[in-house]
Design a protein around this ligand. Sequence first.
Ligand code: GLP
Length: 262
Amino acid sequence: MLPSKLELQSFPRRNDAEIAVAAEIADLIHDRNQEGLPTVLGLATGSTPIGVYAELVRRHREQGLDFSAVTTFNLDEFVGLSPQHPASFHAFMDQHLFSKVNLPKDQTHVLAGHLPMEALEEECASFEDRIRQAGGIDFQLLGIGRNGHIGFNEPPSSGDSRTRLVTLDATTHRAYQDGFAAGEMPNYALTMGVATILESRRIVLAALGEVKADIMLALQGTFDDPDLPASFLHRHPNAALVLDAPAGSKLKDPTGSQAGGK
Ligand code: GLP
């Protein structure tokens, strides 16, 4: 096996993992606020980050964690869905974070998948420009699909891919169809590219629950493989995998073989 630079953090319970991820984000925001610096976060949707966002909201309410100098970029969004549709990632972010903290709306960036098809290429280029203008992403939060996707970088996705229009695969369709009426589930999405994600200065991929055990095992033995898009993370100099015990249950040596495990 090639050496991985991925730091492995394993926690007994889901909630411990969620709190650890939220604490890292909160500390980053706090430290940068103290220094008078803005913080640029890359954010994810799905079931995995819900507990992380809940803990960030708690820290905002109870400890005054200040989001006024935070800028956010979300990984992805469905194409052809109004931002008000309850299954859109716009709505998800409003529900779980944006409406609950003091994050100015104009500092949040979610890809505008509702625009007409002919405007989407320009939207993707503009999104990349906005990340650059913000100074790049300080901290990128990732989940992982059961097929190994990060964002909506479905297999196969190259390590050079940028923000673009993608076709959703069958695994993703199955994962999301409950949120849609029959025939309403979009076939396309916009996603930050693998290369765009890898430019983040810090990346944390959270994988929680037994449902992620098989893809974690596959990730442990796979490097730079477009068929497992998360495998490009192994070469990032500052990335961590945060697992609860069920997600790590099939790993060989879940606590040791990767650098920095605890
Ligand atoms: C989705 C999102 C990903 C997310 C993944 C896992 O399709 N586009 O960004 O990480 O699936 O979702 P969950 O956390 O619900 O398992």
